[in-house]
Write a protein that binds this ligand. Structure first.
Ligand code: GLU
Length: 463
């Protein structure tokens, strides 16, 4: 069975890069009828917070990624790690090292001066002399000092490391007894039965170390997939400066989780030239062998385009509910369908859609000066007054077409173009010259409110 995992360190919010590797891991497990596990790597008490763990769980819930089984917390597994440290010490595969900080610094300096790679020189590897009493020792693992280590990476192919270039007997437990990252990751992945590790390629250099641990403990080495990073438009690693990187910020800005996941799955993975993937389709089609070898480029327009697609394809009832956090209450609005049918063709985000709803529902507080100048020329006010009269005498005004007819009748009678009524009417109703069709706007706000806004404009606008 294929078992994948996501193993974030709870040092802050969940980054979209993290969500992307989580998604890849999730999809690969689902596609194979396997398991997707979540492990919180919270061993560094000074940097980790419960709030960050909650933020990760909240982001998972928002996008709908469900992990199997209970969450594993590294902070609760100290005894497991202690047991394996002891096992390696007992088997002579790890040893206490009493090198002081000063000695280590001196060693580094010497190596640098000799233009050598700074590394631990193994002086306590097979030490049987008297150990210094005033030093709390670290524990180092015996790593191969020569030869090669090969990772058969599912994305990068064979990656060959020369042991002498990258390894030395690295520390697996600090002087205070706490185990180090590479040690616990290998143990957890092995004990959790993880068969495939999909993670960012910023971890590639850790993998040989983790392989040393697997081998020392006799564990099976999982298959690795090191996913290239996400870059910004200028080819640099995506950072906070490039806009939102916190998954939950996308929610606030009005992106739908389906759109974000669709966007993320395409960041570095492709299936022909298909762009739109439903969640089920992703589960069916995803294969990490199709992950690109080079970095992917973050593109906001693409995200907006996908979001617009998913908004357009949402039901009006769903949209009304999604707009509630933006202070928009449409659920029982009698013209909800008319309004949302139009706006969902126009909005790129829910936030934008909420602003559009507000622009229509609330009467304009001010009139855009340029729009007034352009629209209120000549007999604009008289035309608006005539239109008001037309509205007044009509009953049963409900649909956009009812208002369209009224406008049509007016332009025909007066022998004028639509723009003559359209422009001033638009300014009167919305305060500016952009926005959706006026017939829709009037149908949504109703006849009385339309008349009120027109009369406010006729009396309030100075020309
Ligand atoms: N905890 C590590 C991180 O957040 C990930 C470890 C891994 O995926 O192996 O970067």
């Amino acid at each position: 069975m294929i078992v994948t995992r996501f193993a974030p360190s709870p040092t802050g919010y969940l980054h979209i890069g993290g969500l992307r590797t989580a998604l890849f891991s999730y999809l690969w497990a689902r596609k194979n009828g396997g398991k997707f596990l979540l492990r919180i790597e919270d061993t560094d008490e000074s940097r980790n917070s419960e709030a960050a763990t909650q933020a990760i769980i909240e982001a998972f819930a928002w996008v709908g990624l469900e992990h199997d089984g209970d969450i594993t917390y590294q902070s609760q597994r100290k005894e497991v790690y202690a047991q394996y440290l002891q096992q390696l010490l007992d088997e002579g595969k790890a040893y206490y090292c009493y090198l002081s900080k000063e000695e280590l610094a001196a060693l580094r300096e010497q190596q640098m001066a000799a233009k050598e790679r700074p590394r631990y020189d193994g002086r306590y590897r097979d030490f049987d002399g008297e150990v210094p009493r005033d030093i709390d020792p670290v524990i180092r693992i015996k790593a191969p000092l020569s030869g090669t280590m090969v990772i058969d990476d599912g994305i990068k192919g064979e990656v060959v490391f020369q042991a002498e270039d990258i390894l030395d007997d690295f520390i697996i437990a600090r002087a205070d007894g706490t185990p180090t990252y590479n040690f616990v990751v290998a143990i957890d992945d092995a004990l959790m039965g993880v068969t495939e590790v999909i993670r960012g390629d910023d971890h590639l250099s850790n993998t040989p170390k983790q392989m040393v641990v697997y081998e020392a403990l006799g564990f099976d080495v999982p298959k690795f997939y090191h996913v290239p990073m996400i870059h910004n438009q200028s080819g640099k690693k995506l950072s906070k400066r490039d806009g939102a990187t916190d998954v939950m910020a996308y929610k606030t800005m009005g992106y739908l989780p389906e759109a974000l996941l669709n966007f993320l799955v395409r960041l570095g993975w492709s299936h022909g030239d298909q762009e739109i993937f439903s969640f089920d389709e992703m589960c069916d089609l995803f294969d990490p062998k199709d992950i690109n070898k080079s970095a992917s480029i973050y593109n906001t327009e693409k995200l907006d385009w996908l979001n617009a697609h998913y908004i357009k394809n949402s039901s009006n009832t769903e949209l009304a509910t999604l707009l509630e956090p933006y202070g928009i209450t449409l659920v029982s609005h009698d013209k909800k369908e008319i309004l949302l049918d139009v706006l969902k063709e126009r909005a790129k985000t829910l936030e934008e859609m909420a602003a559009m709803v507000n622009e229509i529902i609330s009467a304009p507080k001010t009139y855009d000066a340029k729009a007034v100048k352009k629209a209120f020329k000549g007999d604009a006010k008289a035309i608006l007054e005539d239109f008001t009269m037309k509205l007044q005498v009509r009953d049963d005004m409900h649909l956009p077409s009812d208002y369209h007819e009224a406008m049509e009748e007016l332009v025909n009678e007066k022998g004028i173009g639509f723009g003559k009524i359209g422009q001033p009417l638009r300014v009167a109703l919305l305060g500016k010259l952009s926005g959706p069709g006026l017939d829709t706007v009037m149908a949504v706000i109703g006849k009385d409110e339309s008349i009120r806004r027109i009369s406010n404009a006729v009396t309030g606008i100075e020309i």
